[in-house]
Design a protein. Structure first.
Length: 202
C-alpha cells in the first residue's frame, strides 16, 4: 500500500507518518515545507496531487499564512477533483460521531483522508488568539467542502502538537497518537469495504 501525505515532519503529521511507516508493506511518501513542498504554491499542489497512491492524507496546514488561509482546502480540492470530480457526492443521514457506510470500490481512486478540527464548534468569544479564529474558519471551510463527498474527515480535538494551541490548555490536550489511531482505523475499515465519512477524536 502506498500512502501519500502532506505535513509529515511535525506534530500530528509526524506521528501519523512515523507510525504508518512501521507497518509492513506500507510505503509512506511525505510532502512538507521542510522538504521543499509548500501547499501555498500552486505548482507544489499539482505535483503532490499527481503522485499516485492508494491513500492520500491531507494534513498540512500553512500556519505561516496569516491571511485568509485556504491552502489546505486548495490541496484537498485538487486531489479530490483529480480522482473523483463531482461524481462521488453522497447523502449522510444522521450526525453520528463516526458515520460509515458499506461501499463498492471505485477503480483506481485513492482513499482521501482529511485532517480537520473540532475547533469549528468553539464560539469566537472563547478563542483569545486572533490567529486561532482564522484557523477555526479555515477548518470550517474544509469541513463544509468534505461534507457529502468521498472524503474521510477526521476532526481532532485539543492535541498536544502545533503552535496554535493556547498554552493554558496544554494540560488538557491529547497525545497525537489518538489521531494516528483514527487514521489507521479509517484505512483498515476501507480495506474491508467500509467507508468512514467523518470522525471526531480526542
Amino acid at each position: 500500500m502506498k500512502i501519500v501525505m502532506t505535513g509529515h515532519t511535525g506534530g500530528i503529521g509526524k506521528c501519523i507518518y512515523d507510525n504508518l511507516s512501521k507497518i509492513a508493506g506500507c510505503e509512506v511518501v511525505g510532502f512538507s515545507r521542510s522538504t521543499g513542498h509548500n501547499i501555498a504554491d500552486a505548482e507544489s499542489i499539482q505535483l503532490i496531487a499527481e503522485e499516485g497512491c492508494d491513500v492520500f492524507i491531507n494534513n498540512a496546514f500553512n500556519y505561516a499564512n496569516e491571511n485568509e488561509n485556504d491552502d489546505q482546502l486548495n490541496m484537498l480540492k485538487c486531489v479530490y477533483e483529480k480522482h473523483y470530480g463531482e461524481h462521488a457526492r453522497v447523502m449522510k443521514i444522521m450526525p453520528y460521531n463516526a458515520i460509515w457506510r458499506s461501499f463498492n470500490n471505485i477503480a483506481d481512486t485513492p482513499l482521501i483522508v482529511n485532517i480537520g478540527s473540532v475547533i469549528y464548534n468553539t464560539p469566537d468569544d472563547h478563542i483569545r488568539i486572533e490567529s486561532n479564529k482564522k484557523y477555526k474558519y479555515s477548518k470550517m471551510r474544509l469541513k463544509d467542502y468534505a461534507s457529502g463527498k468521498r472524503i474521510a474527515d477526521i476532526r481532532p480535538g485539543l492535541i498536544h502538537a502545533g503552535p496554535t494551541l493556547d498554552l493554558s490548555l496544554r494540560d488538557l490536550a491529547h497525545d497525537p497518537i489518538v489521531v494516528y489511531d483514527a487514521v489507521k482505523f479509517v484505512i483498515d475499515a476501507y480495506a474491508k469495504g467500509v467507508f468512514i465519512y467523518e470522525m471526531e477524536v480526542g
